[in-house]
Design a protein around this ligand. Structure first.
Ligand code: ZN
Length: 191
């Protein structure tokens, strides 16, 4: 956890390729922290019997959850699969549902998987140099479908909060699998 003074200007370095910073520290999510997120539970147990890989890491920068502040940082999703399902983030709604978010892809490739509480879904490709607007009321998850780390810069209202719980129970309606060497978006069998 880093302690910046959010009432003053400050700089944070983020490497374009790795997304990592020399002045800030990340929060890491290991497979053991997100076992239930992947569809193939047998494959999860098989991997965990021999290793506990880092699936992704991200910066919080210790931003206070206050109105008016902007939370920002990078998320780095590593390449890999659990069975045929690509590595991805846990995904979340914002606690204040009416909060949008902006993502900019610094390197790598993948998908942003989104859905609102009414079950309307959308998936947008993420590619280097493109910005993605995640609209308010949409849970969002990033999926790395490439062979390099997928590195994203994000920013959103600091008081929005993260609601992991409601999406963790059943997951998203759509999942991204590898089929014939290519990404394939399909219905989540747990829905
Ligand atoms: Zn978010």
């Amino acid at each position: 956890m880093n302690n910046f003074n959010w009432d003053k200007s400050f700089l944070v370095d983020f490497d374009l390729e790795s997304g990592l910073s020399k002045t800030a520290t990340t929060t890491k999510r290991y497979l053991s922290n997100m076992k239930k997120v992947f569809a193939d539970q047998k494959e999860v147990e098989k991997i965990l019997a021999s290793e506990d890989p880092v699936i992704y890491e991200f910066y919080e920068l210790g931003c206070p959850e206050k109105p008016g502040d902007l939370l920002f940082g990078t998320t780095i999703i590593y390449p890999g699969k659990v069975g045929s399902e690509y590595y991805m983030t846990k995904g979340h709604f914002h606690t204040i549902l009416e909060t949008a978010e902006v993502y900019y892809t610094l390197s790598g490739e993948g998908y942003m998987v989104m859905e609102n509480p009414e079950g309307e879904t959308s998936e947008e490709p993420l590619s280097k140099g493109a910005a993605l607007y995640v609209p308010k009321r949409h849970a969002h998850r990033t999926v790395n479908t490439g062979t390099e780390p997928l590195v994203l810069f994000f920013s959103f209202a600091a008081d929005a909060g993260h609601d992991y719980g409601s999406i963790e129970l059943r997951g998203f309606h759509k999942i991204v699998l590898e089929k014939d060497g290519k990404p394939f978006i399909t219905n989540n069998p747990n829905w």
